[in-house]
Design a protein around this ligand. Structure first.
Ligand SMILES: *Cc1c(COP(=O)(O)O)cnc(C)c1O
Length: 223
């Protein structure tokens, strides 16, 4: 079946961004939380394998529908949804408290789930993440937890703040926290950069950008 114009444009944006991120050695996650299944299928057919969702049930449903893709969890997790993350997520980016981590870990069987600690840089109220001060204690606890393996940090740029400065703080925290705790072969991840700031994030050392609106364009049904 020939692609519609809307689909062709999605594929073009995808190829352009993919090329740009490849050239920087950075992974690109397609944030499909506002996109319909049809758009996900277009990207899958174009070769994209890494997707991110912010709701546990959607992640579960899409991981079941596209099991060959890696589904990253980037949103808040209620304890009663922990099992979806344990079973279906390729990586959990939004870990920010011990209780939820324990709940997720309890449901992990037969694998190890890579986890990122989400940092709330300015300690902004109403935003997810732990303050940089609280990150070392959470990391210590995660290291001892069976089923989870902490592999890096995730952040969102503070609204209205100095984005570059924020990215630098998180990068340097990642460097400090993960300097000795991982096997030499393991890669430490820094999940930062969204549609509005991904180039700055790449400059500041991001290893994974999470792109929604800039990739999905008119398919992105937020509101
Ligand atoms: C929605 C979301 C994104 C993608 O946002 P865009 O600005 O559309 O690229 C990235 N990360 C998180 C945590 C999100 O919730």
């Amino acid at each position: 079946m020939p692609l519609t114009v809307k689909s062709q444009q999605l594929v073009q944006r995808y190829q352009q961004l993919e090329k740009e991120m490849n050239a920087s050695g950075v992974s690109m996650l397609a944030v499909s939380k506002y996109a319909p299944d049809e758009a996900v299928q277009v990207l899958v057919d174009a070769g994209q394998v890494q997707f991110a969702e912010s709701r546990p049930q959607n992640l579960r449903d899409r991981a079941n529908r596209w099991p060959a893709c890696a589904w990253h969890m980037i949103g808040p997790v209620q304890k009663n949804k922990a099992k979806y993350i344990a079973r279906h997520a390729a990586m959990w980016h939004s870990c920010d408290n011990l209780e939820t981590a324990r709940a997720v870990a309890r449901h992990v069987t037969g694998k190890i789930l890579p986890v990122l600690i989400q940092i709330n840089i300015g300690n902004a109220p109403g935003q997810s993440g732990v303050s940089p001060d609280a990150a070392p204690a959470l990391l210590e606890a995660l290291i001892d937890m069976q089923g989870l393996q902490p592999v890096g940090l995730m952040c969102m740029a503070p609204r209205g703040g100095d984005v570059v400065q924020a990215f630098r703080v998180v990068r340097s925290l990642r460097d400090t926290l993960f300097s000795g705790s991982l096997p030499a072969s393991a890669k430490t991840e820094l999940s930062m950069g969204m549609s509005n700031d991904y180039r700055l994030a790449v400059q500041e050392g991001s290893t994974m950008v999470r792109l929604g609106s800039i990739l999905f364009g008119e398919w992105d049904n937020r509101k």
